[in-house]
Design a protein around this ligand. Structure first.
Ligand code: ADP
Ligand code: ZN
Length: 723
C-alpha cells in the first residue's frame, strides 16, 4: 500500500516496456492493481498501479501526482501476472497487453428503471385506457413501465395521469442484472454412458480446484457441448465462474439457445458485436463476481474474473484463436496459461484436435477423454471423393456430374445440401483474354477478386475496391475480361442454372452486411428454410443443421498446395468440420470431396475415417523435421514503405544474429505476400529445439540489432500459424 506523497509505479497503455512513477495524491492510498487516471505529457491516460520495485527514481521531487483513482474494480494479482506472462511470451510491451484487460473501464450511468403498483387513491374518472392499466396492476405486483405500456397498449401519458392522481404509485426498480443466473436444474441432460463418464471426469477436475488440462476429443455430433455443460454446472454449483471460449461466437445463436435449454438463461456474451455499454456493465459484473458464465471470443480471456474455476476452449484447433494483428497470441495456449496461474482446469474440445494438443495428450501432459460415437446412434457421414481428373465437369463449370446427381437426390428427398468452397466472391482472378492483363491490387501483391453482388473488384488483404471495367484497361478490348476459377458466388450461379427451383442461400461474410444478418441467415438454414446452401468456412464451425444430409466440397485440394507444414493438418480439420455438418439430424448424411488428388493422405484419412493413422503420420513428420510441437518457431516480419529499407534492415539483422549452434535463422526472404497496404515485407524464420529460450534470444538479438527508425516495423510472431 502506498500513502499520500509516496511514489507508485503505473503501467500505461503505451508501447514501452517501462512503468511511470507518480505520487499518491493527498487523502488517498493506492494499491497495486488500482486503476488510475494520470497525465502523460499533454495527455490524460488511464493506467494501472503496478507492482513496483520500491526504488525511488532520482527525479522523485519533480514527480506528478496521480490525478484520481477510478471507480473500477482493481486488476487482481493473478490478472497482473497473466498480463506479464502474455507480454513476455509474445514480446509485446506490457502496457499493450494491459490495455486488452481494461477494455471497458468506466461504468455508464445506470438507466433509471421505473416500476408501478396500485396507489392509495380511488380514480375519479375512469377511461377505458385507465381501466386497462388498473386491471393489469390488480395482481398486486410491481410492473416495469415499459412492460406495463406494452401489455396494456396505452400511451405513457395515461400512466403519468394516474400517477398524478395518486391512483398509481411509481417506484424505482433496482437495475436489471447484466446477465441471468444459470439455473442448474433447468434442463439437466440425460447423458449416455460415454458422455456421463466424460462429464464425471470433467466435474472431478473442477471439484479438485487444481490446474489440469484435458483434451475432450469427440467426433462431430458426439455431444461435447452437453458434456462440458456439466462441468460448467459444477463450477457454478460451487459458486465459481466459468468461461467458454468459442471461435465464432458472434455468428451463432444456436450455442446461446442450447445453453438456455440447459440453464434457463443465455450466457453473458463477450465479443466485438456487443455494445460498448453492455460490455462495460458485463466487465464490472464479472469483476464483482455477479456474472457466473461468459461465452466469448478470444478477448474474453482478459476479462477480470474473480473466481474463475473452469475454462473451456471449444474447437480448440481453430486458427481464429490466433490473433494476427496487434499482440500475436494464441488464445488456446494463453487459456492454458491462465488456468495454470489460477490453478483451475482447462478443457480443450475438438473433433479434430491440433497436433500440439494431441501430442500433449499422447505424452500425458493433458488428460484425454474421447467420445468415439455420435449421440443417439447416428452414423458419421459416409465420405467419398470425386476424382476431378476423370469425372470432372465440362470446362468453365465446377460441379462434377456425380455431385450434381447427389444434390438432385438430396433435394428430391426433401433434405438439405451444402456446397462448400472456402473462397469469397465470384472469381479469384480476372484476366483479359486478348492481352493477358490481370487485375492487381495497387497496394498489395495480390489479385483483385471479383465480387458480383457488390459489383466490384476487391483486394482481400487491404480492402481496396474498384469497379469492374467494361473494357480491358490495358488493350481496351471489349468483353475480353474473363473470370478465372470459382468463388462461392460463381458456384451459386452454376447452381441456379442446375437447380432453378431450389431455395438457395449463400453464406459468406461479405454478403450479409452485418454479423447479425449472418446470424439470422444461419438460423434460417438450421430451421431448414433454404434447401441448398453455398458457403465459405463460416458454415463449417460448430453449427447444427438438422436437415442437412449432403455436403459437397467443391475444391478439397484448396488448402494443400501452399507448402506450409501445417497445410495437411488444417485441411483435415476444415474438411472434417464441414463434412461433420451432415447427418446430425434424423437422416444419415454423406459427403463428396471433389479432388484432383484423391490419393492424398488427407483425402484418404477422411474417406476411410482412419483419423488415428493420419495423426500418427503427421506427428511423425513434425517430429522428424523438428517442427512444432517438437521444436519452436518464430517469424519476424520487417516491413517498410521503402522496399530497400525493409530489405537492408532484415539483412543486417540476420547478420547480427548471435551465434547459437541449436538455432537456425532462415532468410531473410520476401514474405509470402510481399506487399500489403503499400508496405514491403521481409521475413526471417527462427527454428529452435523445444527447450530453447526463444523469447530471450529474440530480445537480446533485437537489442543488439540495427535501430528501428522511421515507419519501419518489426513484427514478432511466436508459434506462427503458417510458416
Ligand atoms: P458436438 O459438439 O460433439 O459436435 P453436440 O454437443 O453439438 O456435439 O451434440 C450433437 C447433437 O446431439 C445436438 O443436437 C445435441 O443436442 C444432441 N445431443 C448430444 N448429447 C445429447 C444428450 N445426452 N441428450 C440429448 N441430446 C443430445
Ligand atoms: Zn490490397
Amino acid at each position: 500500500m502506498a500513502n499520500p506523497g509516496e511514489v507508485v509505479e503505473v503501467l500505461l497503455p503505451v508501447a514501452l516496456e517501462r512503468t511511470y512513477s507518480y505520487r499518491v495524491p493527498f487523502g488517498n492510498t493506492l494499491m497495486p492493481g488500482d486503476v488510475v487516471r494520470v497525465t502523460l505529457g499533454p495527455r490524460e491516460v488511464v493506467g494501472v498501479v503496478w507492482d513496483g520495485d520500491g526504488v525511488l527514481p532520482a527525479s522523485s521531487n519533480r514527480l506528478k501526482y496521480v490525478e484520481e483513482r477510478l471507480d473500477i474494480p482493481p486488476l487482481g494479482a493473478e490478472m497482473r501476472r497473466f498480463i506479464e506472462w502474455v507480454a513476455n511470451w509474445t514480446l509485446t510491451p506490457r502496457g499493450m497487453i494491459m490495455r486488452m484487460a481494461l477494455r471497458a473501464p468506466e461504468l455508464p450511468p445506470e438507466k433509471q428503471r421505473l416500476g408501478y403498483r396500485l396507489g392509495k387513491h380511488e380514480p375519479e374518472r375512469l377511461t377505458a385506457a385507465r381501466r386497462r392499466v388498473l386491471d393489469h396492476l390488480s395482481d398486486g405486483f410491481v410492473h416495469e413501465k415499459r412492460a406495463l405500456i406494452e401489455a396494456t397498449g396505452v400511451s405513457p401519458s395515461v400512466v403519468d395521469g394516474l400517477v398524478d392522481a395518486g391512483v398509481v404509485e411509481p417506484l424505482a426498480l433496482p437495475p436489471e442484472p447484466v446477465a441471468g443466473t444459470p439455473d442448474l436444474a433447468f434442463g439437466s441432460a440425460s447423458l449416455n454412458e460415454a458422455q456421463a463418464l466424460a462429464a464425471a471426469s470433467l466435474c472431478q477436475a473442477v471439484a479438485a480446484r487444481r490446474f489440469s488440462a484435458t483434451l475432450l476429443e469427440g467426433v462431430t455430433g458426439s455431444g461435447k457441448t452437453e458434456v462440458y455443460f456439466e462441468a460448467v454446472a459444477e463450477a457454478v454449483r460451487q459458486g465459481g465462474q466459468a468461461l467458454i471460449m468459442l471461435p465464432e461466437i458472434a455468428l451463432t445463436n444456436q450455442f446461446l439457445d442450447r445453453f438456455a435449454e440447459r440453464f434457463g438463461v443465455r450466457p453473458a456474451e463477450w465479443h466485438s458485436g456487443v455494445s460498448a455499454n453492455k460490455r462495460a456493465r458485463l466487465w464490472h459484473g464479472i469483476a464483482k463476481g455477479e456474472v457466473a458464465v461468459v461465452a466469448g471470443a478470444r478477448s474474453a480471456l482478459f476479462l477480470p474474473f474473480v473466481d474463475l474455476r473452469l475454462i473451456i476452449v471449444d474447437e480448440e484447433h481453430d486458427s481464429a484463436y490466433k490473433q494476427e494483428d496487434g499482440p500475436r497470441y494464441n488464445a488456446r495456449d494463453m487459456a492454458v496459461v491462465r488456468a495454470r496461474l489460477i490453478d483451475a482446469p482447462v478443457v480443450l474440445a475438438s473433433a479434430t484436435p491440433s497436433i500440439e494438443s494431441r501430442v500433449n495428450a499422447d505424452r500425458g501432459r493433458y488428460g484425454h477423454i474421447t467420445l468415439p460415437q455420435r449421440f443417439g446412434g447416428r452414423a458419421l457421414p459416409a465420405i467419398a471423393t470425386v476424382d476431378m481428373r476423370e469425372g470432372g465437369p465440362e470446362r468453365g463449370k465446377f460441379i462434377a456430374p456425380s455431385l450434381v446427381s447427389a444434390v438432385r437426390e438430396t433435394l428430391a428427398a426433401g433434405e438439405q445440401a451444402l456446397l462448400f468452397l472456402n473462397r469469397r466472391g465470384y472469381a479469384p482472378l480476372t484476366l483479359c483474354r486478348k492481352c493477358g492483363h490481370r487485375f492487381q491490387c495497387p497496394n498489395c501483391t495480390a489479385w483483385l477478386v471479383e465480387h458480383r453482388f457488390r459489383k466490384s473488384l476487391v483486394c482481400h488483404h487491404c480492402g481496396h475496391t474498384a469497379p469492374v471495367p467494361r473494357h480491358c484497361p490495358s488493350c481496351e478490348g471489349e468483353d475480353t475480361l474473363t473470370p478465372c476459377g470459382p468463388g462461392v458466388e460463381r458456384i451459386a450461379e452454376e447452381v441456379s442454372g442446375l437447380f432453378p427451383d431450389a431455395h438457395t442461400v449463400i453464406l459468406s461474410s461479405d454478403i450479409h452486411g452485418s454479423a447479425e444478418r449472418l446470424r439470422q441467415e444461419l438460423d434460417s438454414v438450421a430451421r431448414g428454410e433454404a434447401n441448398l446452401v453455398i458457403g465459405t468456412q463460416l458454415v463449417a464451425k460448430g453449427h447444427n443443421f438438422p436437415h442437412l444430409t449432403l455436403v459437397g466440397v467443391v475444391d478439397a485440394d484448396l488448402g494443400l498446395g501452399t507448402g506450409d507444414p501445417r497445410a495437411a493438418e488444417r485441411t483435415f480439420q476444415l474438411l472434417g468440420q464441414v463434412t461433420g455438418r451432415a447427418g446430425r439430424g434424423e437422416r444419415p448424411g454423406r459427403a463428396l470431396l471433389q479432388s484432383y488428388d484423391p490419393s492424398h493422405p488427407v483425402m484418404q484419412a477422411l474417406v476411410s475415417g482412419d483419423k488415428e493413422s493420419f495423426y500418427a503420420r503427421e506427428i511423425a513428420v513434425r517430429a522428424k523435421a523438428g517442427l512444432p510441437p517438437y521444436g519452436r518457431m518464430a517469424a519476424l516480419t520487417i516491413s517498410d514503405e521503402d522496399r530497400g529499407k525493409a530489405e537492408g534492415f532484415a539483412r543486417q539483422l540476420a547478420k547480427l544474429a548471435p551465434f547459437d549452434a541449436a538455432l537456425r535463422v532462415l532468410g531473410p526472404a520476401e514474405a509470402p505476400i510481399a506487399v500489403i497496404r503499400g508496405r514491403h515485407r521481409m521475413r526471417l524464420i527462427l527454428q529452435a529445439p523445444r527447450d530453447f529460450a526463444l523469447q530471450d534470444y529474440i530480445r537480446a538479438w533485437l537489442a543488439a540489432g540495427p535501430k528501428v527508425t522511421g515507419q519501419l516495423a518489426v513484427d514478432i510472431d511466436i508459434d506462427p500459424m503458417s510458416f
